[in-house]
Design a protein. Sequence first.
Length: 240
Amino acid sequence: MPAVSGVSFEIGDEEFVAIVGPSGCGKSTILNMIGGLVAPTAGAIEIDGRPVSGVPANVGYVFQKDTVFPWRSVRRNIALGLEYRGIRGEAQARRVAAAVSMAGLEGFEDAFPATLSGGMRQRVALVRTLVVEPEILLMDEPFGALDLHTKLDLHAELLRLWGERRQTVVFITHDLSEAITLADRIVVMTRRPGRIKMVYDVKLPRPRDVIRLRETDEYLRAYGEIWHVLGEEFAREKAR
């Protein structure tokens, strides 16, 4: 069964792009193709003009589930990617300490995931990816299972970290409010097989206050315009 068909778009350096659409429209498939986890059956995925073949070294991936290892402490979970890259000793300790501080996890370095909240585990998963300094960050609904308060906290944290690091980000979400809060552009997909129905430029200025921006006219305008298009796809999916 084809997940996506005829999808073509470009993402600029340091751009934050969100992809939204009905369930099963191929959002995660697109992300997996960019990350080299799935090969396209036609066409090509290119990074810096070079076709993706296998998992690119400069790409980091944050999955839907927090994917932290329960038998490893916070410190050792964050160090995992560095270990794979042969970074050990003082260099590893220095980068892990900086990541712990970046995520506000001081005092929990030796804690195990079972003792942490869902939001804290997702912070561990996020900085475990960031600590290897990827140029491109792929995020597949990383905050979908969290309550609204925790989600807003992590939105603010992600925007702060992205403001410091300025990776290129491709972010999958079902939450339109989340997409508008975070992204520079939003790619709206049709129902399966997914095609691009609209690309929306978010004109909200940065830096963004994740609470107050929801009260602005530009946020309400963006939500209304995108929801009109997205809602058509939800209605068609329901009518099938």
